[in-house]
Design a protein around this ligand. Structure first.
Ligand code: ZN
Length: 241
């Protein structure tokens, strides 16, 4: 039987419209916690679970608590891209990979050099004054106290991050669907595929190889052409472009 990583290398070599779909596991190797995992933020000391704090209604009713949590747990600005981010950027530059679709909001794919990135849940690097529309970067948000205020008009600044109870950006979803439906190979990594809208988006894939790389079981293990139960950075790090 052929080694799984040799098979992955062979398939990457023979495809040129690869789309990568990634979840929190892609960034945990960069030191960014997955708040849905048992090792993640659920077991840390906060008065409310993350899913409550990171909801639209909580953001409106308790903005000070929201931004305290947001700055402490979501804004991890010293994180660096890992081997997975770097290899995906190399594959795109080499004309092998057409897009990255991610559930992460940390911007590490772009930091590694990826150009076409569909950020389903937004990005901590885009922040907008709700009153005048002025844009702010993540460093500005990190340096604020309490509710971040616009230096131009005093309005409150909201991160372009999709909170619970909020819908996804339609243009981003459309772009992701288009990339996935035109892909000849799909690599899914660092996600258990149980989080909306991951499993739904994968239904648009009509290519011939679906590869799942995740340390734990996923909701689509039975559909995969290849299943590798190892950390995504270690697996992709060994791929030759
Ligand atoms: Zn403003």
């Amino acid at each position: 039987m052929k080694d799984k990583k040799a098979l992955l290398q062979e398939w990457i070599d023979s495809h040129d419209r690869i789309v990568f779909f990634g979840g929190a596991g892609v960034s945990t190797e960069s030191g960014i916690p997955d708040f849905r995992s048992v090792d993640g933020l659920y077991h840390q000391q906060y008065a409310y679970p993350p899913e409550v704090i990171l909801s639209h209604s909580f953001y409106l009713s308790e903005p000070e608590v929201f931004f305290d949590f947001y700055r402490n747990k979501m804004l991890i600005l010293d994180a660096q891209p890992n081997a997975a981010h770097r290899k995906l950027a190399e594959l795109e530059a080499a004309g092998k990979l057409t897009a990255v679709v991610t559930q992460n909001i940390d911007g590490l794919h772009q930091a590694a050099g990826s150009k076409t990135v569909y950020e389903l849940h937004g990005s901590v690097h885009r922040n907008t004054c709700r009153k005048c529309g002025k844009k702010y970067d993540a460093q500005y948000m990190a340096a604020t106290k309490g509710v971040p205020r616009c230096e131009a008009c005093g309005g409150s600044i909201k991160p372009d991050v999709v909170l619970y109870e909020e819908g996804l950006d339609q243009a981003t979803v459309d772009g992701a669907v288009r990339a996935i439906s035109e892909a000849d190979m799909m690599i899914v990594g660092g996600t258990s595929l149980v989080v909306y809208p991951a499993a739904g988006l994968l239904r648009y894939f009509r290519g011939d190889k679906l590869v799942l790389i995740n340390k734990g079981a996923t909701g689509m293990d039975s559909s995969a052409d290849l299943l590798i139960s190892e950390p995504i950075g270690e697996v992709l790090g060994q791929i030759h472009v």
